[in-house]
Design a protein around this ligand. Sequence first.
Ligand SMILES: NC(=O)c1ccc[n+]([C@@H]2O[C@H](COP(=O)([O-])OP(=O)(O)OC[C@H]3O[C@@H](n4cnc5c(N)ncnc54)[C@H](O)[C@@H]3O)[C@@H](O)[C@H]2O)c1
Length: 269
Amino acid sequence: MEDKKVVIITGAAMGIGKAAVDRFGRAGWQIAAVDWNGEALAATEAEMTGKGYAVDAYVLNVADYDACAAMVADVEAKYGRIDGLYNNAGILGDRDGILGFDHETVKDAFEVNVFGSLNLIQLVARVMDRLGIQGAIVNTTSINAEVGTWDPIGYIGSKGAMKAITQGAAFHLGAQGIRVNAVSPGATITPMAASVYDVPPAREAVALNHNRHRWITPEEVANAAFWLISDEASGVNGIVVAVDDGYATGKGADLLGIFEEWESEHPQA
Ligand SMILES: NC(=O)c1ccc[n+]([C@@H]2O[C@H](COP(=O)([O-])OP(=O)(O)OC[C@H]3O[C@@H](n4cnc5c(N)ncnc54)[C@H](O)[C@@H]3O)[C@@H](O)[C@H]2O)c1
């Protein structure tokens, strides 16, 4: 029997990352589940192994290069291969706009969202390159790298950086056959978004940005990341897959609906 394929998923304890552990587990992958929240990660590991999935938990901060290096070395030593990396861990930071931002919170967002992802892109790509594995990496951007949003300015900057890094890394690793893509979730129902989702008028306002006036589920994002890492996407490289129900296509006025209503109210017009 062929060895199980091996994937590293960061931010695996909850939200989109947890949904990804479930998706890869269902497909029979060996999963290294990474998170800095040890308690939540242990609960996710127990739940997923209870379903019969092959999950090893690693408690670490992705912004810590040495901790990432030790984890990657351990995964390689245990399984002899790494086929996929899903850089999903991220932090939102404080609600800072341009007029009020604090340098430290902007730096924190870049430390985790950008340097955390870069650490693992380098470490995992080195293993894939050395072992001759044509693997795949998926990073995480956001709707705010496509259109202006209210998100904290450090978070926005970090996600814009990840869009450019995804394209650049795809180019740098192209010759090795290592694919690098990203997912760009719209507003997704996770603990990160709870402070918005739990306030009904905010939840409604955000829903209206999506074509079907609803939020995205963690499973929808996890499905896209799974597809991008799987061989089904073997020809896909250097792109950002928007999982945002059309949010990034813009929100022009619904003129067809307006015409319809106008014409029904003004039949002779
Ligand atoms: N939820 C949304 O609306 C939304 C929208 C666009 C993009 N995203 C992005 O999707 C990804 C997942 O978001 P989510 O909503 O599931 O978030 P979440 O906060 O619900 O879960 C994130 C997980 O990552 C872990 N984590 C955070 N920083 C870490 C670090 N330095 N090291 C290790 N683990 C760390 C957390 O402990 C948590 O388990 C993030 O990159 C986020 O920016 C989310």
